[in-house]
Design a protein around this ligand. Structure first.
Ligand code: NAG
Ligand code: NAG
Length: 360
């Protein structure tokens, strides 16, 4: 037991990049336990590796958020949805102080009409992440869970197999260019949503094809998909004091909005709109995100009002009405929604969306 854990520590200390294949490809192996000592975080983008771990954190120590590869999709009627996360994180929580010993786990929540299925993988012995171009492919060894991304971020495939409790595959075919909080995806951009929290949005919107099986039930749907990578050198709990997120599609438009606040007073409000593969806005100014709560209790989230200024093109003005709740941990809630709106004064569209809110 003692030997095993000290070997793990040695492996932890020796973690990092183990191979390079030319300048545009690398393999990183993340060990199963946190590393010891200070780590370095990077929040300025490089010319490639948008979805890879290499230019983000030097290592993951016990007081860092680590890396989270996040994926989701929602059907047009909001009745079907999945959220999958690949964690390399000792402290994966907004609501609780955690310093877990094992850091590599995959999780999925699946909404299928009136049923919600949730699966947590066993802890992986290691996560192997191959980065090619801007895309990454991650294998959480021994869990049955992996993802595989194209180097130009055009497609991602997620695979789930035994011993994971939900099996099958999910394909995301991107239809919106990647971006950072206030810029398109290019070198030298600021990727920090907060001073200690990075965010790279590889797939703001996609055609998602979901084909899964859980406990003998087949769940199949198409809808809109999404993928991002978050990382940080401090834990979320106690640092991130408010977080609002949503993405959706409205007619020809793909939308993503994020608002975060930290205990040190820093705050970012970011809005993204693209149309036909072209970015109309990826901005941290002239974006307003208003969560709306039940007027009687002041608590239950009813929806969002979001306004994103597109400059000459006008103002994107949309409303999300909360549909089905997927996860509810008190202060932290996630679910599907129906979107309506469009450019101010223009045609009004209807669409679907997925949101999350942490607002204690
Ligand atoms: C983890 O790294 C951060 C950033 O270098 C440092 O501030 C923190 O003290 C480290 N934590 C541990 C437990 O060493
Ligand atoms: C499958 O069914 C079993 C028995 O009812 C239950 O314990 C388990 O949580 C289910 N699995 C999922 C992923 O919902």
């Amino acid at each position: 037991m003692k030997l095993a854990s000290s070997l793990a520590l040695i492996f932890g200390l020796a973690s990092a990049v183990i191979a390079h294949h030319g300048s545009d490809s690398s393999i990183v192996v993340i060990p199963s336990t946190p590393s010891i000592g200070p780590i370095k975080a990077q929040y300025i983008s490089s010319s490639s590796g948008l979805d890879g771990p290499e230019n983000k954190l030097s290592k993951i120590n016990s007081t860092s958020l680590g890396d989270i590869w996040y994926f989701d999709a929602v059907s047009p009627d909001g009745k079907y949805s999945f959220i999958a996360s690949f964690w390399a994180s000792p402290s994966p929580s907004y609501t609780t102080a955690l310093q877990n010993d094992k850091i590599l786990q995959a999780q999925m929540i699946l909404l299928a009409d009136d049923n919600i299925y949730a699966a947590n993988s066993i802890f992986a012995d290691a996560a192997e992440i191959i980065t090619r171009g801007d895309g990454s492919s991650g294998d959480w060894k021994g869990t049955g869970c992996s993802f595989s991304g194209a180097e130009d971020l055009s497609t991602y495939t997620l695979n789930f197999a035994s011993p994971f409790d939900i099996v099958g595959s999910i394909v995301l075919e991107s239809r919106a260019p990647p971006h950072y909080k206030c810029s398109p995806a290019k070198a030298g951009m600021d990727m920090a949503l907060l001073p200690h929290l990075g965010w790279a949005n590889a797939i703001p919107d996609a055609k998602a094809s979901v084909n899964l099986e859980v406990n003998g039930t087949h769940v199949e749907f198409t809808g809109i998909g999404y993928h991002d990578l978050s990382w940080g050198d401090v834990p979320l709990f106690g640092y991130c004091t408010m977080y609002l997120f949503g993405h959706g599609r409205l007619g020809p438009y793909s939308l993503v909005w994020v608002e975060v606040e930290a205990s040190d007073g820093s705050k970012t409000t970011s809005g993204y709109v693209s149309e036909d593969g072209k970015i109309l806005a990826t901005s941290c100014s002239d974006v307003v995100i208003d969560p709306e709560y039940d007027s009687a209790t002041g608590k239950q989230l009813q929806g969002f009002k979001v306004k994103i200024d597109l400059g000459e093109k006008g103002v994107m003005d949309v409303e999300l009405a909360v549909g089905k709740i997927i996860g509810d941990a008190g202060d932290f809630i996630t679910g599907t929604g129906q979107l309506s709106g469009g450019l101010q004064g223009g045609h009004k569209y209807q669409g679907s969306a997925l949101f999350a809110a942490f607002s204690p």
